[in-house]
Design a protein around this ligand. Sequence first.
Ligand SMILES: [Zn+2]
Length: 422
Amino acid sequence: MLTEKGSQKLSDFTEKNSHENYVEVTKGIWHISGLGHSNAICIEGNSSVILIDTLDSFERGKILLQFIRERIGKSISTVIYTHGHPDHRGGAGAFIESNPEIIAFAPITPTLAKTAMLQDIQNQRGSRQFGYTLTDEENISQGIGRREGIAYGEQRAFVPPTTLYQQDSVVREIDGVNLELIRVPGETEDQIMIWLPDRKVLCCGDNYYGCFPNLYAIRGGQYRDLALWLQSLDKLAAYPAEYLLPGHTAAVIGRDQIQEVLLDFRNAIDDILTRTLQGMNLGKSADQLAAEIGLKPEYAALPYLGEFYGCAEWTVRAVYSAYLGWFDGNPTHLHPLPPREKAEKTIALMGGIQSVLDAAKKAFSTEEYQWCLELCDLLLDAGQEITEAKILKASALRVLAEYETSANGRHYYIASAKELTE
Ligand SMILES: [Zn+2]
């Protein structure tokens, strides 16, 4: 979201939440945060270690392996992936020396066929969202964890699972540790949680972490089903956990605290979904609803629901397009003018190119940065390769980055500004 001192708030959140921590939350169970972009969990069995997630890079995986050797002194018999995102699997190659079983769940519905055709744009938008081209000074935060290792030239080392479950739940006993692996679709279709009934430990992957979740990723992707995510959060809350170990941010300890956090998190998502659907049912457009619906102040004030990664406004738009598609119901938009024609006509009506450029400069000087962007886009949409408009747009993007609380949004603004002035 855009707000006064947005980047300062993001920095403060990061300062509080990104420290390297190796916490033995209960005997023989370690929650490791701040070493990678994502967390890892080590569970000590009778003669080996069960590792949940592997950090984001081979190099960081090696550091974790060293820690396991020194502090636990047992080899790794099992690796469990909470889901398929690369920041949780990228370190896997560091742990294969002991030839572990590697467990994951298959997604319930596959990605859209031919998605591979979008590889170039997905890579470009992913790079902008994650801020790969940003300097450390520009990349003040990765939102929910330390900056990814690949930004520093580290390597991903993916290893495919050796055991891939298709079912919804599995009960296993591994090296004296009882585990229940349960499918809980949310951030991804293949997401699972791991419940240790004897220890009251719940590893929830990315279905909960300590800020507003990324219900829509601006890098682009298929709909993250909010209604299913809510069901998954209800499932999580139904377990009598004393230790909640998320895939990002700190562990939550204590049954009452866990229940409170999960309920707030769940209700905040439900509130956005419900109000969006209600507004849609009244005939409102995605633009209208995105302007009207935000995170309610009682949720926004909670330390674990800040919009430092996901953003409520983008969620509203994602819900709209998932349920009603691209058409907002206004017949004017059934066959709109092509962008260039519309821009040319609008510019002419506004008094010509110089007049629009002057207005864009004025908007910048009066701190109306979004309006400045929209005026610059008129010129660029009209095919006017005006260097001044590009520089002005880049400047406005950089200022908006300072208002943006979401690390993803901030990166996207700055990366795009860099591309404009390259
Ligand atoms: Zn993650």
